[in-house]
Design a protein around this ligand. Sequence first.
Ligand code: DC
Length: 212
Amino acid sequence: MKRVIAIDGPSGAGKSTVARILAERLGFRYLDTGALYRAVALYLRRKGADEGTDDERIGRLLEGLVLEFSDGRVLVNGEDVSEAIRSPEIGHYSSVFSARRPVRAFLLEIQRRFPERHDTVAEGRDMTTVVFPGAWRKFYLDASLQERARRRYRQLRDRGITMEQAWRDVRERDERDSGRALAPLRRAPDAVYIDTTSRDIEETVEKMLEFL
Ligand code: DC
């Protein structure tokens, strides 16, 4: 197992941008675990699954999924879905399906295999608590709800989202990601806490580098 920098935090805290830059500067690989949950959601939606589908059926559907992640691209049974997983609908369902046991079990293995050969910056909701509790360095990135909603709005306004929807989206996602029984978003006691509300990306990266 190589070195892992594990980063958790709520949606919109800046994890992906910061993780990508950190990985580039340090020569580590970047593991975007949200993209894996999104790809699973896309696949399950295409198979007709929704909130009402039971775990057994989800588990059976996952037997037909080969998921690959490399160089920042996500492949579902060989098809590059890196753009398709960014829609608000898939954002919603990734959060819904991420609460399901077969989905978390399926992705746990894939995530843990990633740093076997490469130093890794891994980012998500349960990196510091469940997937890599023994990570080399641990961070928890946070920002106010208002600031995270504003970031989401800027990211998705081209797709027609309103500020009100962005706000509701982020709040609902927070509740689901933190309130679920399995691997909920939690701040690990040994993770360095960084509030990014009034820090830009560069300042956040600089701050993190101080702890390496
Ligand atoms: O970071 P993101 O918005 O792309 O993640 C999409 C959803 O996936 C998020 O709402 C919760 C889920 N997720 C998770 O449960 N565990 C992770 N390690 C990463 C994401």
